[in-house]
Design a binder for this molecule. Structure first.
Ligand SMILES: *Cc1c(COP(=O)(O)O)cnc(C)c1O
Length: 381
């Protein structure tokens, strides 16, 4: 299928094609533009950045450096280890650790100036007791669980939490949406109501509810602090509407070889894909060892992912191997599909949401599994 590539970004061609099998290009200007776009949707609120899991796979340090330089002051990581990495590149940032307070972890978190997202009365008391022992009320967020049933206090525990929190400095009260990407879902309103119920016990404390998709809800549950992750990295926070975000990652692989096969020959492991016509194949140098999901395979009865060569979309055929994948390039000009040609797996045309849908997974998983093996280059920022 011929596609319109008029909006195409420049390719990363400063290295000779033969020097790289696959390249991941991360556009830090697009990351910053996405952060600004999200922040602008809630002029009365501050906009944080969720940079857990190595900034959703794009690289914690370069992402945090670019966002901090753009004015982002608050970051969320999942673990204390990620928090320490962030500290090293953003010394003045406010850093919340979503995992909360591991038992006995208070001295380590306090020394690293990390703020735990406390999720139980026990955690609040432990953080408060450690603060008392060093003569300071230590800052932390309190998390209420309004429907995830993952981590957090129940709204009915709010009074007890407020009492236990006397010994800490409550810098944020937060909760997390179950399905804010489905704007019509009744759970969104129920979660907002549950959160409001808890908030009544914390007058004056800054509040935060919205992840990427929550920012776009008609109720505007923006409160004092936004907590986007996915949308920063180019994922679509509104899957029922066009993606308002700029793509941040571009993944390219070079064609290692082109071959012609006969009707009836099979392609790849297990021979599950059989040529129904004389077929020209192009082999690319990346596979599930680089984060291309095995689910992107093209199997009987199920089309898989596609890649772009020149101005053409080409379907993957057969199973994705660890280091290789094969494309059907029969329908595109030989001048486009040749050894050394570049194929785009992710980018302006095929975004993380499309690759995920074609691979039977979600864009979050595509991003966080981006491989460590190919060359990574950072542009902009
Ligand atoms: C991961 C996470 C976010 C960010 O969610 P996105 O959907 O990626 O925007 C925000 N808050 C909490 C508590 C999270 O775990």
């Amino acid at each position: 299928m011929r596609i319109d590539r008029s909006a195409r970004a420049p390719t990363s061609d400063s290295l000779p094609a033969q020097a790289r099998a696959a390249t991941l290009c991360v556009d830090l200007s697009a990351l910053v533009a996405n952060w600004r776009l999200l922040a602008a949707r809630a002029p009365g609120a501050d906009c944080a950045a969720v940079v857990k899991a190595d900034a959703y796979g794009i690289g914690l340090e370069p992402a945090a450096r670019a966002l901090a330089a753009a004015g982002c002051r608050t970051f969320f990581v999942a673990t204390a280890g990620e928090g320490e990495r962030l500290r090293a590149v953003a010394p003045r940032a406010i850093v919340y650790v979503l995992e909360g307070l591991p038992q006995g972890g208070a001295p380590m978190l306090a020394t690293a100036r990390l703020r735990p997202v406390l999720a139980s009365l026990e955690e609040i008391r432990e953080w408060g007791a450690f603060g008392r022992s060093i003569g300071r009320r230590l800052p932390a967020a309190l998390q209420f669980d309004t429907g995830m049933n993952r981590l957090g206090l129940a709204p009915r525990e709010a009074a007890a939490a407020a009492a236990a929190a006397q010994d800490i400095e409550t810098t944020l009260v937060m909760s997390h949406f179950v399905c804010a990407q489905w704007a019509e879902d009744a759970r969104n309103a129920r979660q907002i109501a549950g959160f409001e119920e808890a908030l009544r016990f914390f007058p004056g404390a800054p509040a935060s509810l919205s992840n990427s998709s929550g920012i776009f809800l008609s109720q505007k549950p923006h409160y004092d602090l936004l907590r986007p992750g996915y949308a920063l990295y180019g994922g679509n926070p509104t899957p029922c509407a066009p993606n308002p975000m700029r793509p941040v990652v571009r993944l390219e692989a070079s064609v290692l070889a082109v071959r012609d096969i006969e009707v009836g020959e099979t392609v790849g492991y297990d021979g599950v894909w059989t040529a129904a016509r004389p077929t020209r194949l192009a082999t690319l140098g990346l596979g599930y060892g680089d984060g291309l999901p095995a689910g992107a395979s093209s199997l009987p009865g199920r089309a898989g992912a596609e890649a772009i060569i020149g101005d053409y979309r080409c379907p993957l055929v057969g199973r994705v191997s660890m280091d290789f994948v094969m494309l059907d390039v029969t329908d595109i000009p030989a001048s486009a599909a040749h050894r050394g040609a570049t194929a785009e797996i992710l980018g302006e045309t095929i975004g993380v949401d499309e690759l995920a849908a074609r691979s039977g997974t979600i864009g979050y998983e595509i991003l966080t599994r981006l491989g460590r093996r190919y060359e990574r280059r950072y542009i902009g920022g």
